[in-house]
Each structure stands twice: as structure tokens, then as C-alpha cells.
Design a protein. Structure first.
Length: 401
């Protein structure tokens, strides 16, 4: 029997959309770009909708929106969730999507698209708005938050399906929005590296990396372990915790070093700038300096992400894609992205002393870390976007009957 609350299966094309242009590698987080690239290669996605949120008109309207809200005694913010913004953002693509399937990498569709039963609507999310409010501190004014959450709920409940990057997000869709669990699907993401980039780096690394293990040929088993951190958020991503723990571990005889990509010493508080064994690389563009970025990561042994809050943590998968073992956070959606064979999870409430004890095992239990690196190397192709996009295609086919 046909479910009257759901649109009929699409007989047309499948599009990917986000608040931005998924055809552009510079789109926020680059995840939509990588999903689309793999989806086109597999024939799962036809195209990405090139929405353009950065126009002058939108910028001016956002300023006016916030000023009006303040003048009325309400809290500013949340313009990106407004029906006015979403309708105009989508206006150039409305005719294109009729009769098609759309996968939205954002929590809301325009109301007119939700009401259009010719569009088979899906979502692919790392977090719901409820999770962003509860865990990232996204501070929407209460009356506006209620309106946003209501429209978000209506969109999820009437969609063909909601795909999430983790069980953590899927549980929110079911618990906080009342969506039938049968229509909620966990699709673990991939590393934001195309297969072409990985292939090109494999060719570039022939002269200095062992192709059987992924380890630099000039490294010996007794060399100091190399850690790497990639990111820009010092506190949320836990770089401050990592630096303090490294100082303690080295003070106890540990020899591990740390390479920091994306930040300089000036980006952290003064008490953390002189931690011994730290190499501050600064910003490296993975788009324009791709091979250098890849080598800076691949030369290391263990990738570190010690987030206090994390909806997914795709950098964890990127570490594995380069054959690195992982020290990652037991919080949010991150556990779904880590395998016990290649990873060690730490709680966000772990003390600096407890983190230092983990770092000390890099020297005291080298065989265990070598086994984790070997497991990561064996899984490195499995953590690219291929399996996730293949799963999306299977879900679309199942929904079509």
C-alpha cells in the first residue's frame, strides 16, 4: 500500500545539494564534493545543485535579519534556516528537481520543496539541529528554535529516507523528531580524499614509502613515534589536551613527537607554545598543495583527534586512508568511524594524566601500535567514499521497490 505521507519513488535524476555548491571542492567541509564525485563515478548521482548562498543580496538580507531581530528584543542568528532564505536559494533549481530524487546535506528543505510530492526527498546528515544546539552550543532564540525544529521534523517525517553518518545522529532523528526507525539509515562516511588523489599519492610515494606497509623506508622500528594533528579548532578538536599530555609523557621519558597541520604556535595559548617535540606546520591547502599535504600526514605513525564534541570526525578516516593508527574521541558520532583494530578511543572527560598514559604506550607497547598501523593500512581503501555511496544507491533502489 502506498504511504500517503511519502513522495512516490523518483523516476528521474538524483541530485545532491547543500547550502553551497557540491560541484566545488571548496564547498564547506568538502564532504558534499567528495560524495558527488564518487556518486557520479558510480552512477548514483546525476549532478549537484549549485546553490549560491554567498551572494551580496543574501549577505545584506542576513544583516537586516539580525538587526530586526535585535530591535524586536530577540536573539540574532539562524538566518540560514529561514524559509525566505531557503526558497530564494533554491529558486533557480526548483524546476530542475521536479520528478527527481534529491539528497540534502543540510537539515531543512524550502517549504515549497517539502510540499512538492513530485520530489523524492532524502537527507544525508552528520547532525540534526537538536544535536547542534545541545552539543555545539548553536544558540537559537527559543521561539525561532521551535519553528526551525518543527519544520525540520516535518521534513524528516515526510521524506523517503534520512541517512546519517553515525548511530548518534540516527538516534536523534528517531528520538527527537519521531521518525520511523525503518526510514532512518546509518551510512558511515568516507575520507575526503578521492580515489584519484590516493592513486596519485601512491605513485608519488614509490621512492620513499614501503608499498607493503605504508611506512617511510628510512624509518626503523626503534625511531620516536610520530603523531599528527590536522585541524583549526584548538579547543573543540582537543589540541590543547594533546599538547599538555605530550608534555607530561615526554617528561616521563616518552619520545613521541607531534606534527600540527593547520595551526601555528601563535594560535595556542602561551603556555602551550613551548611543548618539546612539536612541529608547527601551519596551513597547507589540500586543494592546491595536495601531494605535500598527503606526505605530511603519511610520514607519521598515529593520527590524533581528541575532540570534546564531535558529530563525525572525518579526519579519523583520512588518517586510516594513509595507513595511520588513530587516537580518537569516544564522543558523538566518532566511534562509528573507528575500528578497534586500528584505533584507541579516549573519553572527552579523560584527564591530561590519562591521555599521557596512552601516549606512553607508543614507546612501551610498540607491537600493539604496529598492529594498529597494519590494520589501518589493510583498510585504507575501504574508508574512501566508495562503500558509503554504494550503500546510498542500494537504499534508493530499495525505496523504489
Amino acid at each position: 500500500m502506498t504511504d500517503p505521507t511519502r513522495p512516490p519513488p523518483s523516476t528521474g535524476r538524483t541530485y545532491l545539494t547543500v547550502v553551497g555548491d557540491p560541484n566545488d571542492p571548496a564547498v564547506w567541509s568538502s564532504t558534499p564534493y567528495h560524495v558527488l564525485a564518487e556518486g557520479r563515478w558510480q552512477g548514483v548521482f546525476e549532478a549537484g545543485l549549485p546553490l549560491q548562498p554567498a551572494s551580496r543580496a543574501f549577505a545584506a538580507r542576513r544583516v537586516a535579519w539580525n538587526l530586526v531581530r535585535v530591535a524586536r528584543g530577540r536573539r540574532p542568528g539562524g538566518f540560514q534556516f529561514s524559509p525566505w532564505f531557503l526558497e530564494r536559494l533554491w529558486s533557480a533549481e526548483r524546476d530542475r528537481v521536479r520528478g527527481g530524487r534529491v539528497v540534502n546535506h543540510f537539515q531543512l528543505y524550502p517549504p515549497s520543496v517539502v510540499a512538492d510530492r513530485s520530489v523524492e526527498r532524502w537527507y544525508y546528515l552528520d547532525a540534526t539541529v537538536r544535536l547542534l544546539m545541545d552539543h555545539y552550543g548553536d544558540d537559537l532564540e527559543p521561539r525561532w528554535a521551535a519553528d526551525v525544529l518543527r519544520r525540520e521534523r516535518d521534513g524528516y517525517q515526510s521524506a523517503a529516507g534520512v541517512m546519517t553518518m553515525s548511530r548518534f545522529a540516527a538516534d536523534s532523528v528517531v528520538r527527537d523528531y519521531g521518525v520511523d526507525p525503518a526510514r532512518v539509515h546509518v551510512v558511515v562516511p568516507g575520507a575526503n580524499l578521492t580515489a584519484e588523489v590516493v592513486d596519485a599519492f601512491d605513485r608519488e610515494a614509490v621512492g620513499w614509502r614501503d608499498p607493503a606497509t605504508g611506512r617511510p623506508a628510512d624509518r626503523s622500528p626503534g625511531d620516536p613515534p610520530r603523531l599528527v594533528f590536522v585541524g583549526r579548532a584548538v579547543v573543540r578538536k582537543g589540541l590543547d589536551r594533546l599538547l599538555r599530555a605530550l608534555r607530561i609523557a615526554r617528561g616521563r621519558g616518552g619520545r613521541a613527537t607531534l606534527r600540527v597541520i593547520g595551526l601555528s604556535a601563535a594560535d595556542v595559548t602561551a603556555d602551550l607554545r613551548d611543548v618539546p617535540g612539536v612541529e608547527w606546520v601551519g596551513l597547507v591547502s589540500r586543494r592546491t598543495d595536495t601531494m605535500r599535504f598527503c606526505r605530511l600526514v603519511a610520514e607519521c605513525d598515529v593520527g590524533c583527534l581528541l575532540s570534546r564534541q564531535e558529530m563525525a570526525g572525518i579526519s579519523l578516516l583520512e588518517f586510516i586512508a594513509f595507513g595511520l593508527a588513530v587516537i580518537g574521541p569516544r564522543t558523538g558520532g566518532s566511534p562509528d568511524l573507528m575500528s578497534p583494530a586500528s584505533s584507541v578511543m579516549v573519553a572527552p572527560e579523560a584527564t591530561d594524566e590519562e591521555l599521557a598514559a596512552v601516549l606512553q604506550t607508543l614507546d612501551s607497547d610498540r607491537p600493539a601500535w604496529a598492529a594498529r598501523r597494519a590494520a589501518a593500512w589493510a583498510a585504507r581503501r575501504d574508508v574512501l567514499w566508495g562503500p558509503a555511496v554504494r550503500r546510498m544507491g542500494e537504499l534508493f533502489a530499495a525505496a523504489a521497490g
